[in-house]
Design a protein around this ligand. Sequence first.
Ligand code: O2Y
Ligand code: MN
Length: 651
Amino acid sequence: MNSLILPNFSPKCKSYVSIAKDVSWRGLHTKRKGFQKHNGYVKIVFVTTKGEMNRMTTHQGILDFVSEATALLQPTHVHWCDGSEKEAETLIDLLIQEGKAIRLNPTLRPNSFLFRSDPSDVARVENRTFIASKTKRDAGPTNNWMDPKELKATMTSLYRGSMKGRTLYVIPFAMGPLRSPFVKYGIQLTDSPYVVLNMRYMTRMGFEVIQAIQPHMSFVPCLHSSGYPLEVGQMDPSWPCAPIDQKYITHFPEERLIWSYGSGYGGNALLGKKCFSLRIASVLARDEGWLAEHMLIIKITNPEGKVKYFTGAFPSACGKTNLAMLISTLPGWKVETLGDDIAWLRIGKDGRLYAMNPEFGFFGVAPGTSEKTTPIAMPTSSKDTIFTNVALTDGGDVWWEGLTKPAPSHLVDWKGQDWKNSPTPAAHPNSRFTVKISQCPALASEWESPEGVPISGILFGGRRSDTIPLVMESHSWQHGVFFGSIMASEITAAQITNDYGKVRRDPFAMLPFIGYHAGDYFAHWLSMERHTEAALLPKIFMVNWFQKDENNQYIWPGFGENIRVIKWIFERCDGQVSARDEAIGYLPYQKDLDTSHLSLTNHQITRLLDVNPIIWRKEVDSIETYYQMFEEELPNELLQELSDLKARLLK
Ligand code: O2Y
Ligand code: MN
């Protein structure tokens, strides 16, 4: 006999009833026997047999994971998610009834909802993120490490009873298209219906996925608790979470296991994203000979109809989403999107490197997104969108800084307070929109190609007011890995840190996401050359849209004009243009960079493509200091690249 205990149930509350009905609809073959009062709760009694429960899956590993977690977390109810429209509607109705979500004006923004997080739970928490490898050495200098046994003991006591009074949702999800040979599966357990709704957009999720996980197949168990159990009669806040010192975002790389506790926000809670597709996947990739990267994927078509694909890694606040959804200003050049955040790269049968986006949605940052900066994001988020921590207009639509100028005269801000041109932002700087990628009008038709797409070039970016030219190409794969290892970006005022203006090294834009020792990660990148012919590997480029002049003004116009740089990169990959061989890499001849109809002076173009040996010698010193953190684990090849660069700069 199984039972379902519903807090605050009233027979008028249709959503609970329909969840209950869903149980049998999903094939669990439960039969409602009636209602009973139980300690102030209403208990709906079902009859289920273990055999019938197993119809959802016969995968013993999944069944054991769910039943062991249920015993520990002590939820009131367990709900196996089928990913259906009906299930999503039921959950959103429930969240609206509980005051946890707001339905936006359906005329302006159909089937779209606003959530406000707790003000203490607004972003990924790097200082509460841990790699619990068996040894500290294997986590390396870029990760917080904890002994796995100690961490499990601490977290087990936090998890014990942490879902009391709540429903445990079982989310079967896939990273990558189901028919791809490279798809990976996860089972996330969570007590957050907000997480279920977001995972439904961000991953392939539900019945089809659990059916695809055959009994012999592995999956990544992902455990997520908001860390806010409900005792009988206790008020449920609109965004349950735990205090900061009790939040844990943890990874057990040897076990391919993810445990997250205490946060309901973004990368902390949507475990398919950074936790699985980067931190755990980077370990899988190391062991299986591929790359799990923090990269966008784009398709470029030139005026002759020739197609090339590129990936790009950029630290935050460097225009990554803008590039992923670029609208070309050059006639005949077209940009299409395949992914905005994560790429899994493998060498294909033909020896080329192929990229696949494991995700199914965008979790885009709202502030700064506008018709001017990212026009494609506007229709993408015009319907069927979950907004988190943006402002609400009087007409029931959303608003954020940068969307329109001026701001509406009255708003309700992300904390639910009246806002009238107040000095504090109306939307949180890390406010987000979640949508399915399929809503993007600039989506490339082959975005779900099972093998991925063959990559011609890899772009590494950063925000540097000097030092890094507009674009340069590496001399070789090894030199390109050196580019990736020294990536850096200046912190902007909008970033939530006190280090404004400082240069922060962010190798491969993976600093918080490499799930093992960063020195080994560099070595793994270098090793890709040994698995194919060098000529078949993509060319590697470094780009910088952010150089400033003496008056602190950006020199390059950026945005849609970045296609001009992509055009040079495309033509380099096509062997159409030659390049200047400089100490730091291959740079464009001025004549080959299309600056037609731009109001750039010759002096400005020279400046954009300049290599200043004095500045670069300082950069070499800074790289030397930064490299010390990797100690003996820094591959010799990278030290060699650094000393070769030093020597070339002295010539
Ligand atoms: O704050 C968060 O949890 C979101 S972080 C994020 C979301 C989408 C894409 N990239 C990132 C990131 O931190 O790189
Ligand atoms: Mn990202």
